[in-house]
Design a protein. Structure first.
Length: 284
């Protein structure tokens, strides 16, 4: 038996002995649970640190309030134009509203608003906080503006519709009459900031942190070259295992005392011989 095992050892090449096997790096459900359990502290630590950093960064940012107003784009038509079918008129207003969104979201509109309200804001920065979009392919436009002051955000959002006709009066947009922007839903001063949102951003950071930390846990497990079982040792080394060194656990305080008390009862003579019942020692 020993000879056969020894021959198997010498017949195994070093490449076969140390080549990584598919079983070692395969990911079964048991391996996934083991990795997650062993690296649970790393996973929670990475996710917690990332979430805390994102939430702390959001708390340091200046809150921004968003005010929005809904505007209806209308056009005054001549008598001949008013005789056109209603569907044709609606289609024309939809196309006109699409053009007006580009007019609103422009540096020209930003400069006109700054001049009207005497604001100390650069036009480039003003445009970054201004947005306009058409509502579901209708003649309505929704204008939004973000500012650190809710009252100023409301004032700007309600002022821009008044400036739209003046910005397109000298531009030929292919219409037959002057354009007007009627406020359908005026803006109000927001009470809650639109950004930052610590709760939402913290949740996103936690999910991303868990994904990152789980990937890190599997990477650490893949780079771990330690052997985890007898079968893995024999399979990779190509040699049988004859014995194991059991884990040694230090005795408790009571155990040490008991061992010391037991050894104290033994005399030095007991190391060389044992006493007979008659009291004579018998040598070995």
């Amino acid at each position: 038996m020993i000879g056969r095992e020894a021959s198997d050892i010498f017949s195994t090449t070093p490449e076969d002995r140390y080549a990584p096997s598919e079983d070692r790096y395969g990911l079964s459900l048991k391996d996934v649970v083991r990795v997650l359990r062993e690296r649970l502290l790393v996973i929670l630590l990475v996710a917690g640190v990332l979430t805390g950093l994102v939430v702390a960064f959001n708390q340091l940012q200046t809150p921004m309030y968003e005010a929005s107003t809904k505007v209806l784009i209308v056009q005054e038509r001549a008598g001949s134009a008013a005789d056109q079918p209603l569907s044709s008129q609606v289609d024309g207003l939809q196309q006109l509203a699409l053009v007006m969104t580009e007019v609103v979201d422009s540096r020209r509109m930003a400069q006109a608003t700054i001049n009207r309200l005497d604001l100390q804001i650069p036009p480039g920065k003003f445009v970054k906080h201004l947005s306009a979009e058409q509502v579901n392919e209708t003649p309505f436009i929704e204008i939004k503006y973000e500012d650190s002051r809710p009252d100023r955000a409301q004032l700007i959002a309600n002022t821009i519709p008044k400036l739209i006709p003046g910005q397109v009066s000298d531009v030929n947009v292919g219409t037959t009459g002057p354009i007007a922007a009627k406020v359908f839903d005026p803006a109000f001063a927001p009470s809650d900031p639109a950004s930052p949102n610590p709760l939402r951003n913290g949740f996103i950071a936690m999910v991303l942190g868990l994904m990152l930390s789980v990937g890190l846990a599997f990477l650490l497990d893949y780079l771990d070259n330690s052997w985890r079982s007898l079968a893995e040792v024999e399979r990779i080394s190509g040699a049988p295992t004859y014995a194991l060194i059991p884990p040694h656990k230090l005795p408790s305080a009571g155990g040490r005392s008991a061992t010391h008390a037991l050894s104290s009862r033994r005399s030095p003579r007991s190391l060389s011989g044992s006493e007979t019942p008659n009291g004579n020692s018998e040598g070995h």
